[in-house]
Design a protein around this ligand. Structure first.
Ligand code: AMP
Ligand code: TRP
Length: 324
């Protein structure tokens, strides 16, 4: 059976971008694959943060993941810093990763260009990501489009380590994208992201979802109500494709191209279908929050299972590398 691994930063609550781009896919794939899902708190400390806040966001992310349908009875859901082998393998991969490849990463260039002093952890971030995946010898990685370059580097690291120490030991992990590989921000920005403040929270109450949806950017060609639009350039259309049934999506296309509906009408229909999908998730989050011991249990059990698999991989890695 193939193994899947994915990591998600403890940004607190999920938003519909990382839900549609990744987490919804995790929930489907966990039925067919042996699955490991990791809240990557060691990745999160590469940018400035408050310790108490990080702890709360990590827990909150666990609640969101469980509410979104991750099933701890079939998947291993855990927190990265509770499994020390992640950083151990990352150090080992430091010795086979070309510096030039790290410097070429778009996310590194983006982040570094906005910082006065760049911590080495920002540069080495994808090495830890490769260690996350390869520690479980996973071959499939469900992620959004922004992670494709990091996964190419993970394959390169696997190849280099294999070439030096053990042909075929690590598989070359492939990205598994969804149709919603990149959800734009409601402000029309290229990517929905917490750091850009253009998100809709997965657990946000309906009123506040509508407050955000109503003024959201649509096709700029639709200045007046009577101006026809092009659905493909509109983020609202892409959200319909993720949330609405196929007949509704087809109707949205027609109504947009013929200016049959105004954008507000179109958003109302979207809101209704979003609610259908999100209401049960919100309800589950309330149940989970009422029973914090369940979250503790998942966190403890997940770490124990992950450590078992991870220590087995490290035993073989060390043996092949001449580490005592
Ligand atoms: P992050 O919250 O940045 O750790 O991302 C978690 C997962 O969600 C990763 O697989 C990302 O590629 C994916 N993701 C984050 N934002 C978006 C977005 N706006 N559209 C699609 N996927 C996303
Ligand atoms: N870098 C990923 C992100 O920002 C998070 C991540 C860390 C990850 N380790 C991973 C994703 C391993 C997939 C596999 O979204």
């Amino acid at each position: 059976m193939s193994r899947i691994f994915s990591g998600i930063q403890p940004s607190g609550e999920l938003h519909i971008g990382n839900y549609l781009g990744a987490v919804k896919n995790y929930a489907e794939l966990q039925r067919s694959y042996e699955s490991f899902f990791c809240i990557v708190d060691y990745h999160a400390i590469t940018i400035p943060y408050e310790p108490e806040d990080l702890r709360a966001r990590t827990r909150e992310m666990m609640v969101s993941l469980l509410a979104a349908g991750l099933d701890p009875s079939t998947s291993t859901i855990f927190v990265q810093s509770m499994v020390p082998q992640h950083t151990e393998l990352a150090w080992i991969f430091n010795s086979v990763t070309p510096l030039g490849e790290l410097e070429r990463q778009t996310q590194y260039k983006d982040k570094a260009s906005r910082m006065e002093s760049v911590p080495a952890g920002i540069l080495n971030y994808p090495i830890l990501q490769a260690a996350d995946i390869l520690l479980y010898r996973a071959d499939l990685v469900p992620v959004g489009e922004d992670q494709v370059q990091h996964l190419e580097l993970s394959r390169e690291i696997a190849r280099r380590w294999n070439a030096r120490f053990g042909a075929e030991f690590f598989p070359e992990p492939q990205a598994k994208l969804t149709p919603a590989r990149r959800i734009m921000g409601l402000d029309g920005n290229a990517k929905m992201s917490k750091s850009m403040g253009n998100t809709v929270g997965l657990l946000e109450p309906p009123d506040s979802v509508w407050e955000k949806l109503r003024p959201a950017v649509t096709d700029p060609a639709r200045v007046r109500r009577t101006d026809p639009g092009t659905p493909e350039v509109c983020n609202i259309y892409h959200l319909h494709r993720a949330f609405s049934p196929p007949d509704v999506v087809a109707n949205v296309e027609t109504q947009c191209r013929t200016a049959g509906w105004g954008c507000i009408e179109c958003k109302k229909v979207l809101f209704e279908h979003m609610n259908k999908e999100l209401a049960p998730i919100r309800a589950r989050s309330v149940e989970i929050r009422a029973r914090p011991e369940i979250v503790d249990q998942v966190i403890g059990d997940g770490a124990a299972t992950a450590r078992r698999v991870a220590s087995e991989t490290m035993r073989e890695v060390k043996e092949r590398m001449g580490l005592v």
